[in-house]
Design a binder for this molecule. Sequence first.
Ligand code: CAA
Length: 386
Amino acid sequence: MWALTPLTEEQREVQRVARDFARAEIAPFSDEWDREQHFETSLVTKLGELGFLGMLLPEEFDGLGLDMLTYLVALEEIATVDASVAVMMSVHNSLPTQMILRWGTDEQKRRFLPPMARGEWLGAFALSEPDAGSDAASLRTQATRDGNCWVLNGTKAWVSSGSHSGVILVMARTDQPTDRRGPRGISAFIVTPDLPGFHVGKKEDKMGLRASPTVSLVFDNMRVPAANLLGHEGSGFIYAMQSLDNGRLGIAAQAIGIAEAALRQASHYAAERRQFGKPIKEFQAIQFKLADMATRVGAARALMHAAATAKDRGEQVTQFSAMSKLFASETAMWVTQEAIQIFGGYGYVTDYPVERLFRDAKVTEIYEGTSEVQKIVIARQLYSQS
Ligand code: CAA
């Protein structure tokens, strides 16, 4: 597989482990899980045993202590086989674990991170609400202090893995209706599903990523211990935005995995399928499509590797990760659509994998910020840099 910078020995080894795992433990079941909307909980345990749920966590918290590029290379391999498994891995590694690592107290880190790294508690991220999607700062879930608890009321929407999570990072308002403070009135809480008043709501019946449960979460006078506030009161929105800078790189890796799978499927099919007396790969119309697909996948991967390397150097990657997610997700959508065109009618039915890849690709242009939100982030950074 082509890469901008040669991968190190360690990175190639982690990539090989991810590829072997995906082929042996996921590939044989992916179609069935997609059809049945089945979330395979044993995968969480197996990924935990591999260390893949603590990829970015230091060894003192039972993590692998890897850098961003190595993590994304592994994530792309998983996504090439099953994008539903990839999003579970991406959200867990990029968002809740990183938020606790970065802003948690020593006690919070010791309590939550090791079981999360081992796959005993899957992590989720609850920012969006039914009426607060792109405009995340308009969220309305309210947290009110009562003694040594916060009482949370509200509904979160579109929570990936939310029905199977042991730890959920919830953004809620801690300002009061009489004194609204916009984004500065939002705080982050570490929530566990055993808290009284926690309910899993509607499970979405999705076009793609059908093996990844997406649910709403309802908090009905849910009492969260004050010790579960993350970092500073009023900083939750900033934490969420900073974490999404990482999360968006994970979604870029997922999108590139989907696009890579579509490219491989299409080039294989073009070599087998004969029309007008020869394999269709011998027609320039097909060659040009495959060439464009390969070029875009390579460019998306190069951008992602460059962004990850910048992150590993300690640079702020708000703009870079938005660019990477924007380009990778649009690449995934375009490449899977072209793959279906190469398959013709066979691409439109469930007997071949490209229709699932096409359905899975779409959401990468939507979640963790739509393509339009990525453009807002990129454009704003142009001015903040000048
Ligand atoms: N890093 C650090 N700080 C940041 C930041 C970043 N990346 N982005 C914003 N901020 C700060 C700003 O500097 C500002 O701070 P001050 O108060 O000190 O000025 C504050 O946050 C508010 O920022 P904005 O004024 O830019 O806020 P906004 O209301 O205009 O929103 C937005 C900006 C980019 C549109 C943002 O709302 C956004 O990203 N929306 C999309 C939300 C999103 O991605 N949701 C996905 C949810 S997760 C998911 O998809 C489900 C899943 O499980 C996969």
